[in-house]
Design a protein around this ligand. Structure first.
Ligand SMILES: [Zn+2]
Length: 335
C-alpha cells in the first residue's frame, strides 16, 4: 500500500499521552543497540515523548557540557560497559503492538539545546587527520540563542589519543587557545544517531548506520523532520542519542558540534506501508539512505530505494524514472 494518502491529506494522530524520558544510568545504553535490552519506557502508537539525549563528548569540558545528571551517567556507567560503539543512547522505547515488518514513523517536533556549549573533536578517525600532523584537537563552542549561531570559545590539542568514549578532560589543565575568531556557525540541532533495535543476538555497535537507522549523521534529522524506520523486533525498541547542534554533510573532522539536546517527538506505528530502509521526510524533501562498506554500493542501494519510493509510493512509472533521480550523495527528491 502506498505511503501517500489520497488527496495528499496526512492522517492526524491525536496523542493520548505525553511521556518524560530522562537520561540516567538506568535509561541509557552506551555504545550499542541490543534487542535484549529491557525497555526504558513503554508507549502506545501516537504518544508524545519528551526525552533527553546526552552527548558522549560532555567530558571535553565537563564544567560547560555537564550538569549533575549528566555527570552521574559518566560516573556510574563503567568504561567496560561502553562498547562496542561510542554513543550514549536514551531508551529503548517499546512501542505496543509493533511487529517486524511494520514501520515506525517518528515525527521530530522540537530539539532544544540543554546547555549553552558544544564540542567538536578533530579526531584520529577524521578525514584529514594525517594532513593535520596526526594531532587531535578539541574546540569548544558557545551558542548564541539570539542569532541561532555558535562560535568557538577556545580550542586545545588533545593529549594522547582520543580512544575511550566518555573521556573527561579537565580545563585549565589543558592549554586553552583562541580559535576561529570571527567565525559563526549556523545552529541546527539534530540527532546523529537514532533507530530501532536490529534483529541480532547481542550488541550491535552504534557507529556504523544500517537498516535499523543508527549513526546516519544527517543534519536534516531535526525538528520538523519525520523519519520512517523499518521495525525489526517486537516493540521496535527505539532509542535516540548522539545529539548535535551543528554539522555539514558529513563529519569531515571526525565529529559534529556535539551537545546534549532535549527532544520532543511523536511515534506513530504504521502497518499500512513498508519501506526497505530508513526514509527521511523534511518539509521540502524525501531522502533515502543507502548503507554498505563500499560507498558505491551504498549509493546504489539508496538510489534503488529512491526508485522504489517514486514508483511504489508516488506512482511514477519506472521508465519515466530513468531520467532521475539526480545524482547526490544522498538520493533526495524535492516534493
Ligand atoms: Zn556525533
Amino acid at each position: 500500500m502506498p505511503l501517500f494518502c489520497a488527496h495528499g491529506v496526512r492522517q492526524t494522530v491525536v496523542p493520548k499521552n505525553l511521556h518524560h524520558l530522562e537520561a540516567t544510568p538506568d535509561t541509557i545504553h552506551w555504545g550499542y543497540f541490543d534487542p535484549a535490552r529491557a525497555p526504558a519506557l513503554r508507549i502506545k502508537s501516537g504518544d508524545l515523548i519528551q526525552a533527553e539525549a546526552v552527548t558522549h563528548h560532555a567530558g571535553d569540558d565537563p564544567d560547560l557540557l555537564m550538569d549533575e545528571k549528566i555527570a552521574r551517567i559518566f560516573r556510574e556507567v563503567p568504561e567496560s560497559d561502553r562498547n562496542p560503539g561510542v554513543h550514549i543512547m536514551t531508551g529503548p522505547i517499546y512501542v505496543e503492538d509493533a511487529k517486524p515488518g511494520d514501520m515506525l514513523e517518528v515525527r521530530y517536533l522540537s530539539m532544544q539545546p540543554r546547555l549553552r556549549h558544544g564540542s567538536n573533536l578533530a579526531a584520529n578517525w577524521g578525514y584529514l587527520y594525517k594532513e593535520f600532523g596526526e594531532k587531535e584537537r578539541v574546540t569548544i563552542y558557545e551558542l548564541d540563542p539570539d542569532t541561532n549561531t555558535a562560535s568557538a570559545l577556545y580550542g586545545y590539542d588533545f593529549k594522547g589519543k582520543y580512544l575511550v568514549p566518555g573521556t573527561i578532560t579537565r580545563c585549565p589543565e589543558c592549554d586553552r587557545q583562541k580559535a576561529l575568531e570571527g567565525v559563526r556557525v549556523p545552529v541546527r540541532p539534530h540527532l546523529g544517531t537514532a533507530g530501532v533495535a536490529p534483529d541480532v543476538k547481542g550488541r550491535v555497535s552504534t557507529i556504523p548506520p544500517g537498516l535499523h537507522g543508527g549513526n546516519i549523521d544527517n543534519w536534516r534529522i531535526g525538528a520538523g523532520a519525520t523519519m520512517y524506520y523499518p521495525v525489526a523486533v517486537d516493540g521496535a525498541l527505539f532509542s535516540i542519542g548522539d545529539p548535535h547542534i551543528s554539522q555539514g554533510d558529513g563529519e569531515l573532522s571526525g565529529t559534529a558540534i556535539e551537545a546534549s539536546l532535549n527532544v520532543l517527538f511523536q511515534i506513530v506505528l504504521r502497518k499500512d506501508f513498508k519501506f526497505p530502509s530508513p526514509l527521511l521526510e523534511t518539509p521540502k524533501y524525501w531522502i533515502a539512505h543507502g548503507f554498505d562498506e563500499d560507498l558505491d554500493q551504498a549509493m546504489r542501494n539508496a538510489s534503488l530505494d529512491m526508485l522504489h519510493l517514486l514508483t511504489e509510493h508516488v506512482g511514477l512509472s519506472p521508465n519515466g524514472m530513468r531520467s532521475g533521480p539526480p545524482g547526490r550523495a544522498l538520493p533526495g527528491v524535492e516534493k
